[in-house]
Design a binder for this molecule. Sequence first.
Ligand code: F6P
Length: 536
Amino acid sequence: MTDAAAKKKDAPAGVTSLPSWQALEAHAREKRALKDLFAKDPERFKKLAFALPGMLVDFSKNLVAPDTLDLLLRLAADSGLEKARDAMFAGDKINTTENRAVLHTALRAPDDAALKVDGQNVSEDVADVLYRMESFADSIQTGVWRGYNGKDITDVVNIGIGGSSLGPRLVTEALASYHVPRLACHFVANVEASDLALTLKGLSPETTLFIVASKTFTTAETMQNANIARTWIVNHYKDEQAIARHFVAASTNLEAVKKFGIAPDNMFPFWDWVGGRYSVWSAIGLSVMLAVGRENFDEFLAGAREMDAHFRAAPLKQNVPVLMGLIGLWYRDFLGFPAYAVIPYHNCLNRLPAFLQQLDMESNGKSVTKDGKLVGCPTGPIIFGEPGTDAQHSFFQWLHQGTDTVPIDFIATVKTRFGNADQQAMLLANFLAQSEALMTGKENKAEPHRNFAGNRPSTTILLDELTPRTLGALLALYEHKVFVQGAVWGIDSFDQWGVELGKVMAKALEAEIKAKKPGAHDGSTLGLLDYIFSHK
Ligand code: F6P
């Protein structure tokens, strides 16, 4: 066997062996400057800024020439992206390692979708739960549902972690200007005691409703916090019956919910085909519905539905999630950028980076393909972010002059429901200045510390306004972008086996810590246990 043949045999058979992949590798060796790309084509903005309902997405400040996009689109076609997308929407079991369909899109599908999974009409199930959530939200709002001694509910505490917290918390906080009166929503995720303790400090057991949000209803942190909250209620009333008026659940695990003491009528179900990080559209969004009311929740779903329709039908070269995914993949795999930043210029979106970290990094932080082979190329990037303008006064120095290039998503709203026109003008000026400065740079040969190399890429997403509808569309855009990348890499974006090992080890360590008896561990862990035991 020749050297070349041997190399080919060892090479992964996946995406990296496609001719379009290799063409992109060659293409990546060519230099490209954003300034030149704009100079060469005065129509560049027009060609690369896409208007969708309620938003504009501008890809023009990205390091892609027209032929880059052509090659990326060829890669998408060669790797079967359209087939993969259609299989997801059709309810095929594309989460192969868990043998599950992936149908968060069914949670916001048109009324007549009539989707089936294993012969079950899931569209009917979705409509049914949505109706129950709406009735429940109405009953809390109108005071039909009251606490155990007849007082109105004034506070809702969502106890959940990961996808059972990040999505609902982001959306509830993002839609602050849509909140219904007299009801405050709180979120407790961390098992670190202050999270629950400080939340409960200001609340009364008589007017507080807990939503235990957990797909599995076995997540250790959530169950620990839920049990403490349960004791808080029972100790107050000295009566277990009170649980029925102060606890509801969003889960797929009816038996565990019943065992906790929550009646089946007070459980809002969802299904194994809804992944945790894709679950805000399901019963896990109950806190959102309570916070903003049913109409706004429907609008949130409608925004996502519009994005789904676009993703399904738009030709790939005008398909915004597809382009976003492919440009991200270009940076990660061909230009070698390991990270990307998300900077929302709206304080109400301050939880967006945390939400996207789970969405993207839990979905695409994988090293093997669906058929168990090494992927052979870098997959999901590191994601970080903070709201602008705050971030400008912290890590933007590094973005402008650091040694790494980090592509950025700049997100802002044209209009705001808060503040005054001067604040908004200053905000938008900063928002535009940053992406322009990063792109154009500013040469200063005399004083190198004042030199800005420029050519640092970004995508700009301008929402007309932060509404339930545009927020729904924005989150669905990111979901589909993550899907596009995972599909091209050939990985399973919908499992999360990487979180299991730590969970198992924590269980054993918890018993050892409680018994003050270390088990068999490495030297560091034993040393740390010893320190903990001697300082308790
Ligand atoms: O830690 C992994 C994870 O399974 C996430 O994927 C999920 O969103 C989170 O835990 C919470 O899970 P559950 O909703 O089952 O409590």
